[in-house]
Design a protein around this ligand. Structure first.
Ligand SMILES: Cc1cc2nc3c(=O)[nH]c(=O)nc-3n(C[C@H](O)[C@H](O)[C@H](O)COP(=O)(O)OP(=O)(O)OC[C@H]3O[C@@H](n4cnc5c(N)ncnc54)[C@H](O)[C@@H]3O)c2cc1C
Length: 608
């Protein structure tokens, strides 16, 4: 445990490099994966190791020590100016000097040309170490991706070099006070100027990193409606709006008419400024086509949602590490099977089955979600650098699995950080150990980038029903193939048999909901979240079954290094299948129960 501000202690973060390497190298065969991608052949295991090494040092030594002090100090606001907590800006500079902002940008655009899956690993580490910090630095990826997707050569030349060097930062400005999930309601206006630019007028709220004091310029990407455009999402355009105008020679010009009205006081992520941004006829430049803003935004959607899913893993890992250390040290009562620390006044709480249950739950959900998200990140790589056929298949799988990952990994991330707090007892609820900060910092993940409810509607309504079950079948076919390939393996039966049953159940459940939806569309809305959680537990079971297979194969080799690692993996897979996977039964039952009980009370009759 490390001393923080004012004698507060934080769990020391140690990047789980061994587990990351297991997932990358042994489960996902990264070397072969990168060799199959055009332009990524030089990403050797040695290079990947070097990235893991540098990223872990930066996360552990530079930003983790700022996590508690950032939470205590928070961001300052004075007359439109936002100040970041002490130490943050120096860490941003160090990150920029390390070239991390440009890691996954093509070389031709001035980046380092590494595929996005490398950024996911980096993102997990920086997120565990200090989520507020990583959020503000990570946001620059939004304008970078949008410029790469739809920017003109001139726009890319104007903004990309400074965004990639970390000299400038960026934001994503979608939300307005009356318009959150329903982006189509937005009112921010764009009027055409004579020189081809636009005057942007409106107020955006909840804008992460909207204002800060670590870069000279901030490149806002803003959704607005051009005058006369259709209502709803069909009439939305996307604009680049710099905080400071950029002269033709690249130097900074006058201030644009953009200002920060205030920052929010909020539950967590206190070192990440959440800003009200006023655009008062600010000069903006169209990205892509007029009324084509949502189409450009969609190019970012999968990676942004995966990035948020990863928050569940990052925070879960940090919480697990704190809880494990504490459970080994805290002495309370005796083991039910007799003293395990006879010379001490009591046994460490890790001897108690209920504490083990919590630690195992944390471990199984976090490691399972890590494997799931890293695999999806490889699919994203394929959409960019794979063959045409691989890219299409990956696109289809991602379209189906991304809302599951976003909803499931953030919901379980909240559960995992809560379990971490519970392991500390009352000491988790007070601030001293930092466990309550992890709960507070994680909570937002189920809300932004589309709430769990919205992800679930996307999954069940658009992706499953909208594709006539085709996208679901793509994935259940993969599970089926895995089960078929391992059907004769005696040792794998404990994983394969339940997986076959759940795969079948998934299809039946979908048909059942689809049939009732013919009567009323509310059936979809009423089933959606339970359906998504059911889907998430099955997806993780598929990952755990594969990890169990890798572990069993390694253990067959008597000379294998670190047999304990593989035995632990196998035991965690068993815990997942026997103690967590049964939750699918309750979710399936609830999802199939129909909309009647959910909708039967009139809105006015809820309270008496
Ligand atoms: C800390 C923080 C940082 C943020 N950062 C950014 C940022 O950088 N840029 C940005 O643009 N925004 C940002 N946001 C905004 C965030 O994306 C929105 O809060 C989120 O999209 C939800 O919108 P809302 O809060 O208006 O909730 P609402 O849309 O009002 O939803 C309220 C509730 O109704 C449910 N609901 C709504 N519609 C439906 C439906 N059709 N079916 C079922 N349920 C429904 C929702 O699931 C939710 O439970 C941030 C927010 C916070 C708190």
């Amino acid at each position: 445990m490390r001393q923080g501000t004012g004698n507060l202690t934080m769990p020391d973060y140690r990047a789980p490099v061994r587990d990351m390497k297991f997932v990358l190298n042994e489960l996902l065969q990264s070397e072969a994966h990168y060799r199959s991608l055009t332009g990524c052949e030089e990403l050797t295991p040695e290079l990947l190791d070097a990235i893991l090494d540098s990223a872990s040092k930066f996360s552990e030594n530079v930003i983790a020590p700022l996590n508690r002090s950032g939470d205590e100090q928070g961001c300052g606001f004075d007359n439109g100016k936002v100040t970041m907590p002490d130490g943050f800006n120096a860490a941003f500079t160090q990150y920029a000097e390390g070239g991390w902002y440009a890691l996954s940008v093509p070389c031709a655009e001035g980046g380092q040309g590494l595929p996005g899956s490398c950024s996911i690993v980096l993102g997990e580490m920086t997120g565990s170490a200090n989520y507020s910090w990583s959020m503000v630095s990570g946001l620059s990826q939004a304008p970078v991706s949008l410029l790469l997707a739809a920017g003109s050569e001139q726009q890319k030349k104007t903004y990309l070099p400074n965004l990639l060097s970390g000299d400038w930062a960026g934001t994503m400005c979608l939300t307005e006070s009356h318009c959150g999930s329903d982006v189509g309601l937005l009112r921010t206006k764009a009027s055409r100027n004579a020189d081809g630019s636009y005057a942007i007028t409106g107020t955006k709220i909840f804008i992460s990193g909207g204002e800060q004091d670590f870069t000279d310029n901030i490149i806002h990407t803003v959704l607005a409606r051009v005058e006369g455009a259709p209502a709803g999402t069909r009439g939305i355009s996307l604009f680049v709006v710099p905080k400071r105008m950029v002269n033709e020679d690249g130097s900074l010009g006058d201030a644009n008419a953009v200002s920060c009205g205030s920052i929010e006081k909020k539950m967590g992520l206190k070192a990440s400024p959440t800003c009200v941004m006023n655009f008062d006829g600010a000069t903006g430049y169209l990205l892509g086509e007029e009324n084509g803003g949502m189409a450009v935004m969609f190019t970012l959607m999968n990676t942004a949602r995966l990035g948020t899913a990863l928050q569940g893993v990052s925070m879960g890992e940090a919480s697990f590490q704190g809880a494990l250390t504490y459970a080994r040290e805290r002495l309370q009562m005796r083991s039910l099977t007799g003293p395990k620390n006879p010379d001490g006044p009591a046994d460490p709480i890790i001897v108690h089955p209920d504490v083990r249950r919590m630690l195992m739950t944390q471990k199984a959900l976090t490691e399972g979600s890590r494997a799931f998200i890293y695999w999806l990140a490889q699919l994203v790589d394929k959409t960019r650098y794979g063959s045409e056929e691989d890219a299409t298949n990956a696109e289809d799988l991602l379209s189906f699995l991304t809302p599951i990952a976003k909803a499931f990994c953030t919901e379980t991330g909240c559960e995992v950080t809560n379990q971490g707090l519970q392991v500390f007892g009352g000491h988790g609820y007070i601030r001293e150990h930092g466990m309550e900060q992890l709960v507070r910092d994680t909570r937002i993940a189920t809300l932004y980038e589309g709430t769990t409810g919205i992800q679930s509607l996307d999954l069940l309504g658009r992706k499953v029903m909208g594709s006539g079950g085709k996208l679901l079948a793509n994935f259940t076919r993969l599970i089926h193939k895995f089960c078929e390939a391992n059907a004769a393996d005696e040792q794998m039966q404990e994983f394969v048999t339940p997986l076959i049953e759940l795969n079948k159940k998934w299809g039946e459940l979908t048909t059942e909901i689809g049939t009732s939806a013919l009567e009323s569309a509310d059936e979809i809305g009423a089933a959606a979240v339970d359906y998504t959680l059911f889907s998430g537990y099955v997806a993780l079971a598929y990952m755990w079954a594969q990890m169990a297979l890798v572990a069993q194969r390694q253990l067959q080799n008597e000379m294998v290094a670190e047999p304990g690692f593989y035995r632990t993996k196998l035991a965690t897979a068993r815990f997942y299948f026997q103690r967590i996977l049964p939750r699918t039964g309750a979710h399936a039952q609830a999802a199939a129960a129909g909309a009647d009980t959910v909708m039967s009370i009139e809105a006015e009759a809820f309270s008496w």
